[in-house]
Write a protein that binds this ligand. Sequence first.
Ligand code: BTN
Length: 257
Amino acid sequence: MLHAQSLLDELNGLALGHPIYLYQEIGSTNDAARRLAQAGAPEGLLVVAEAQTAGRGRAGRSWLTPPGTALAFSLVLRPKVEAAQASRLTMLAGVVVCEAIEQAAPVSAELKWPNDVLVGGRKAGGILVEAEMIGDRLAFAIVGVGLNVNAAPPPEAVHFPATSLRDEAGRPVERLPLLRAILTRLEARYPGLASAGLPAAWRSRLKMLGRPVVVHGPEGELAGMAEDVDADGALVLRLDSGERRRILAGDARLRPA
Ligand code: BTN
C-alpha cells in the first residue's frame, strides 16, 4: 500500500509533485487531475492512486490498476507552448519513463508509437496525455502514466501482449523510487520541451521504425513501412503503393513477413 508520508518523503526536494493527492482508490487519476486543473491547480500538481476503478487508456480503452502492484499517476503541466505542440508531452513522458525504468531495474525500455512503454518487447506501461486549449495555446495538460510494476494484467484484458517490470527484471521493483526517478527526469527534460532534441530522443526509443507495419487508425487499416516520425509526433508511413502518409493516431503492429 502507498503511504502518504512515504510518498512525501520520497518526493521531497522535487519541483514537480506539489501539491500531491494520494488516493487508495479512485476512478481515474487523469479525471481527478483534470478537475483540479480546471479549478486552477498549479503546474506540478500530482494525483497518485493505489488503485483505479475506471482507469483509461488511449482510444477509449480501459486501463487496469489493481492495488499493490502498479504505478498510476497524473501530473498537471502548464507549458507555454502552442496547442499543436501538445504531442511533445507524450514524447517527453515516454522518454523519461524509459530512462527511469532503466535506472530502477536492470532492463532496457523502448517505446511503441505513439504512447506504449515496452520492456522485453511487451507492454509494461502507457501514457495518456490530455490537453485543454485556450485558442491556439495550451491551457494545461494532464500527463497520465500507468506502469505494470510488480504484476501484469491477464492476457484476456489487453490488446497487446503485456508484462511487468518485475517479470522482466526477475525481481520486485520498488514503486516510489521509480516515481521519483520519473519526476526527476521529467524536471530535467521539461525545459527542452520545444527543442529539436526531444523528438530525436523519442525517435531513438521507438521500436518499429524502418520495419513493415500495419496501422489501425481513423482511416482504417494501412500497411506500409514505418519510415519515420516527425517533430509533431506523427508516424510517417510509406504505403505499399509508394504514397507517403502522416498518421496522427492509431495502433501500429509489426507486419508478419
Ligand atoms: C495507454 O496505454 O493507452 C495509456 C494508459 C494510461 C494509463 C494511465 S494510469 C494513470 C492515468 N489515469 C488514467 O485513467 N489513465 C492514465
